[in-house]
Ligand binder design. Sequence first.
Ligand SMILES: NC(=O)c1ccc[n+]([C@@H]2O[C@H](COP(=O)([O-])OP(=O)(O)OC[C@H]3O[C@@H](n4cnc5c(N)ncnc54)[C@H](OP(=O)(O)O)[C@@H]3O)[C@@H](O)[C@H]2O)c1
Length: 271
Amino acid sequence: MTTIAIIGGGQIGEALTSGLVASGINPINIRVTNRNEERGRALKERYGITPETDNTKAVEEADVVFLCVKPKGILSVLAEIAPTLDSNNIQSVVVSMAAGINLATMEEHVSAGLPIVRVMPNTPMLVRKGMSTVTGGRFVTTEQVELVSRLLGAVGEVLVVPESDIDAVTAVAGSSPAYLFLFAEALIDAGVSLGLTRAAAKELAVTSLHGAATMLKETGEEPAVLKAGVSSPAGTTVAALRELEESGLRGALFRATQKCADRSAEMGAAG
Ligand SMILES: NC(=O)c1ccc[n+]([C@@H]2O[C@H](COP(=O)([O-])OP(=O)(O)OC[C@H]3O[C@@H](n4cnc5c(N)ncnc54)[C@H](OP(=O)(O)O)[C@@H]3O)[C@@H](O)[C@H]2O)c1
């Protein structure tokens, strides 16, 4: 029996709760905290979890403690729960889902020896198609990394990475759903410009993007190979691809991800 505390039952906390319950964890053993009691009651009704407003009570003898509060609240929550984690009879593992707060900073706010794992999730976690990376801190064992990875597997895919990769991970996974949303929005507008109704353009664009992403994932094929498969000689697709290349789409992605990684590094250094 694994006892889990989720501190902060907001968007990410609820996505995690819903995935963990669906994966077969007894909801009674999932304690979710919010300062607002009403939110806890709603989560209890929806998932059958144990709601709490007291973070210290929630982490008592918890195997894994997920911190799902906003980044600015992470260090104060850590300071609040640290004494209880110290007095627990079992070794609790703390998992931070917050962007921009590095392991060393978190480790400074708790007693030496407390295992802390840093996770970088992304929003598709809300539909259990997330891409999360996991990085173990100084005091984390391989078994603890495996346990956290297994739990996060309930809401998507998981990759273990060194902390030095986090800025690049942010650029390629954390922020990339927004690039796709921008692409989808532009494709819909382009369809409207060609005379389609907005509803038809949306249906065509969204279903095509979903289908193409599913092909990439399910075939494991290189994107270049799938792209070649759609492009007949002197055909319509290659005419569009040439225009996209000449407009600098590829270069724009290199530059955008660099900006994203630089900003992530800047925020990490400040926080
Ligand atoms: N959403 C995303 O797309 C996304 C993606 C990647 C990473 N993340 C990370 O995930 C974390 C959570 O983000 P989110 O979007 O889920 O935020 P959110 O929806 O605002 O949820 C935060 C929750 O924490 C609760 N809370 C705040 N302070 C608390 C405290 N001291 N004790 C107990 N509960 C507390 C809030 O409820 P009350 O005010 O009622 O307490 C709220 O329900 C952030 O650190 C963020 O960086 C989010």
